[in-house]
Design a protein around this ligand. Structure first.
Ligand SMILES: [Zn+2]
Length: 143
């Protein structure tokens, strides 16, 4: 079975993994940054809706293009990661900030319940989990 982190690395280049699913990478739009680029400005996550997040905004178009590719390639095959606590994370599952796994079936059920497209729901659940996960970092960055 393919390791999603290998697929991510093949798209964004070397990743300094900080957790099982997320790490720092070079921003695909780094050349477009209008402010100094720090080592921790750009991050990639493979859970939920796989996404690159960059603190800069001038690179948004380049980041969006790579995000489409990440979601296509990581969404195409099925994969799973065994987490350190033996929980299994599958493609489309969201890793919550507290370490629990939000199964993709729950994401789909919420989408139906709320009348949303499954992809949109997954993006929302991912954004929520990622914001929780990175809260300490964000506060430090924008102190
Ligand atoms: Zn950037």
């Amino acid at each position: 079975m393919t390791d999603p982190r290998h697929i991510a690395t093949s798209i964004v280049g070397a990743v300094d993994w900080q957790t099982e699913v997320s790490g720092f990478c070079r921003c695909p739009g780094e050349a477009l940054h209008t402010h100094r680029t720090g080592k921790k400005d750009c991050r990639v996550s493979v859970d939920g809706a796989p996404t690159i997040y960059c603190f800069h905004s001038s690179c948004a178009a380049a980041v969006a293009a790579v995000n489409r590719r990440l979601r296509q390639e990581l969404g195409a095959g099925s994969w799973e990661i065994i987490l350190p606590d033996r929980k299994v994370l599958r493609n489309g599952d969201v890793l919550e900030a507290g370490g629990s796994v939000l199964p993709r079936e729950v994401v789909h059920a919420r989408a139906r319940a709320e009348g949303r497209d499954a992809g949109e729901q997954l993006a929302l659940e991912t954004l929520r989990a990622v914001a929780d996960r990175f809260k300490p970092e964000l506060f430090e960055k924008f102190r």
